[in-house]
Design a protein around this ligand. Structure first.
Ligand code: PDD
Length: 286
């Protein structure tokens, strides 16, 4: 089926969508993005994604292309036009098209560009991968040092995903100075007894919207939450591990660099947190 996509105010069949070769997103990866999941035809944690979008744009001095109400209306129309029940909306805001290539940011006459499209994932909540869990390898974190800004410079994460595929596993966790930063496109967690542990917020990781919600739900469910770095060795010795992102919700991680966690199957804590997250988010989606 041909999707209807959104490009700078126009609704177009995906095959007719065009952006300029001079767009800064294309030439310089000068663009930021958000991925919002859809459950029951409604948007999950939309507010959180908009707040992070404003922050990313602010850090890069890119003007806000529209206000929150317009963004919400656009997302809803995109979901409706494409008949999405479960899946995702990808939104990209670029610094725009100054009409030529230059390292300097263009002036205010260059307006930011906005592109959005849907991805239909009928079994997002009921993902088969969540039954088996992810197996991950670890690789050095060679990304730039402002990972808190959600830019479209995704080549290294893409290389990480390919390294995982070549190793016959599902994902790669990045490691810096012996400590796990995050997954290629998700935040990394471990479980030790009643404690769930995930790296604290800094410029070293993306401030995951799913991460923030899971911290809240874990506390409500009487788990202790520790926001601190953990090493690969600590992770391999943990009772359980998991990854969080809008695209996978709460995904069990059952093996790290060939070392199985527990019996090598998703444990009770991650199964519980996944269930709570999906239930609560389905209810709160707008
Ligand atoms: N990725 N860390 C990184 C490096 C990410 O790319 C992502 C999200 C996350 C989790 O953030 P959130 O919970 O807000 O989705 C953490 C999106 C899903 C992607 O690139 O497809």
């Amino acid at each position: 089926m041909t999707r209807t996509v959104y490009v700078n105010g126009d609704w177009l069949p995906e095959t007719e969508a065009r952006i300029s070769i001079f767009d800064r997103g294309f030439l310089m990866a000068d663009a930021v993005y958000e991925v919002t999941s859809v459950l029951g035809g409604r948007l999950v944690d939309f507010d959180g994604h908009v707040r992070r979008l404003w922050r990313s744009l602010g850090e890069l001095e890119i003007a806000r292309p529209m206000d929150e109400a317009a963004l919400l209306a656009m997302h809803r129309e995109l979901v409706a036009r494409n008949g999405i029940e479960e899946g995702m909306v990808y939104l990209q805001v670029t610094r725009g098209n100054p009409g030529d290539r230059s390292f300097l940011y263009p002036g205010p006459e260059t307006k930011p560009g906005v592109v959005a499209f849907t991805q239909n994932v009928p079994n997002l909540a009921d993902a088969p991968a969540a039954q088996a869990g992810f197996r991950v390898i670890t690789i050095p974190d060679l990304r730039w040092a402002r990972r808190d800004i959600k830019t479209v410079q995704l080549l290294y994460p893409s290389m990480g995903k390919m390294a995982a595929k070549k190793a016959g596993v599902d994902d790669a966790w990045f490691v810096e100075d012996g400590f796990v930063t995050e997954g290629t496109s998700n935040n990394a967690w471990i479980v030790v007894g009643n404690r769930v542990i995930t790296r604290g917020l800094s410029e070293e990781i993306l401030h995951g919207i799913t991460r923030a919600a899971v911290i809240r739900f874990a506390r409500e469910a009487q788990f202790e939450v520790e926001e601190r770095a953990f090493s690969v060795t600590e992770a391999q010795a943990a009772d359980e591990a998991f990854a969080t992102a809008a695209s996978i919700f709460v995904m069990p991680v059952v093996e790290i660099d060939g070392v199985k966690l527990g019996d090598g199957r998703p444990g009770p804590v991650v199964r519980r947190l996944r269930e709570i997250y999906i239930e609560e988010m389905r209810r709160a989606a707008i």
